[in-house]
Write a protein of this length. Structure first.
Length: 161
């Protein structure tokens, strides 16, 4: 049973049902984290209630983005994993290029970049807002780092087991 997750997902769906998309649903967006949000990092199984919310967003025509702190060197693996788990139709996936960030910032270590992943994720939401011109309506994650920087309207905080 996954009652806490189901409750969070139901509340988000109810919110979407009553929200008036005054700029048109296609100009809003939902952001999903991967690990322990869409995919259980221990069992590697998809987290069903969250996949339902993901699909709900897709079905109403709202652009969906994936923002993950996974290293971009795992992009191919991650894309295949998402397809296999039925996570399709997203507009774009943002990952972190740890190597490039370390190369561009002499002295910065891997752990330093790790510690900044909340900030980096918030910059990606800023990019959704500024480059795509979408409202970042829903932000779905399990970790406090998914919610740094305030660049979203509604946070869907899942339990972090
Ligand atoms: Mg996570």
């Amino acid at each position: 049973m996954d009652i806490a997750r189901r409750k969070a997902v139901l509340a988000a769906m109810q919110f979407l049902d009553t929200f008036s998309f005054k700029d048109g649903v296609e100009n809003y967006s939902a952001v999903f984290d991967i690990d322990d949000t869409l995919i259980d990092s221990y069992t590697k199984n998809v987290i069903e209630p969250v996949l339902e919310l993901y699909q709900y967003c897709i079905n109403i025509g709202m652009p969906v983005f994936i923002i993950t702190a996974r290293d971009i060197k795992y992009q191919g693996f991650t894309e295949r994993q998402l397809i296999k788990k039925g996570i399709r139709g997203y507009e774009r996936m943002y990952m972190i290029d740890y190597k490039r960030i370390m190369n561009e910032n002499v002295g910065l270590k891997f752990e330093d970049v790790m510690n900044k992943r909340g900030y980096i994720k918030s910059r990606y939401r800023l990019d959704i807002r500024d480059s795509y011109k979408y409202h970042v309506l829903l932000n779905v994650g399990d970790d406090d780092k998914d919610f740094e920087g305030d660049i979203f309207e509604v946070g869907v905080k899942l339990p972090h087991y």
